[in-house]
Design a binder for this molecule. Structure first.
Ligand SMILES: [Fe+2]
Length: 248
């Protein structure tokens, strides 16, 4: 029995001292954590997975979550002010954002008014229904301002499911890819899992992150068991993520 258990390949065994570059742990400003208390629970549980630093990335999406410096700054300060009393005072959390590539975002890029993940890395996402018509233009505009686009969960844009080669074109445009760790399981569906294997096997993934919105997500990450293939392909990406984003 013991032997069977030890053969399991848990994702969390690979996450020691990890930095999560995409999570919705700021309270009350998007579809992630709803309160400071919930944020604290999420952070504590994520620390149990091995995550030691967090880059909080609330949505900035003009139509649904019109966040800005003020709303993100306030939610961040509110959370930070409560860390000490919850015995989390040595937890590193930095604020950033996950930008929907909409018209508002194009303006923010023009104005250089962006919260990067770190240095010039900027986390961006697209609608799950269709890519922006001027996708290449947006990416180009970012690169012209020296921003490095990091596309969140490329595997979740199922309109590319039957034209996977386009992922290579996107990378040629200058986009980096961030895979959601939950996509390694069937959390978002089996077809997404298939895209993940394609992206991993073609070496198209640069970084991984949790994209945690709620406790259910953390529980699923905690239970996630990797396939042999995933276990051999992931460590290098985890290392690159840590090397690029951990702050000392
Ligand atoms: Fe997200």
């Amino acid at each position: 029995m013991l032997q069977i258990i030890s053969k399991k390949r848990f994702l969390k065994d690979l996450l020691e001292d990890f930095v999560d570059i995409h999570c919705h742990i700021l309270p009350g400003i998007d579809d992630g954590s709803k309160s400071v208390d919930e944020s604290i629970i999420l952070i504590k549980k994520m620390k149990q997975l091995g995550i030691k630093q967090f880059i909080a990335t609330p949505h900035i999406m003009q139509d649904f979550y019109p966040n800005d410096d003020l709303s993100i700054g306030n939610a961040y300060q509110n959370l930070i002010a409560n860390l000490t009393s919850k015995k989390l005072n040595n937890t590193v959390i930095n604020p950033s954002a996950e930008y929907m590539m909409d018209h508002h975002f194009e303006n923010l890029v023009k104005q250089n008014h962006i919260f990067p993940l770190k240095e010039n890395y900027v986390l961006v996402e697209m609608s799950y229904f269709q890519p922006p018509i001027n996708l290449q233009e947006i990416i180009h505009a970012m690169l012209m301002k020296d921003y490095i686009p990091v596309l969140a969960h490329p595997e979740r844009y199922s309109y590319y499911q039957n034209k996977k080669e386009f992922y290579k074109t996107l990378k040629q445009y200058g986009c980096l890819f961030q895979l959601n760790l939950l996509s390694l399981s069937d959390h978002y569906g089996k077809s997404i899992q298939k895209i993940v294997m394609y992206l991993l096997e073609e070496n198209l993934i640069d970084f991984v992150a949790t994209d945690v919105h709620n406790e259910n997500h953390v529980n699923k990450l905690s239970d996630l068991i990797l396939t042999k293939n995933q276990k051999s392909l992931l460590p290098q990406i985890i290392e690159t993520t840590k090397k690029t984003f951990l702050v000392s």
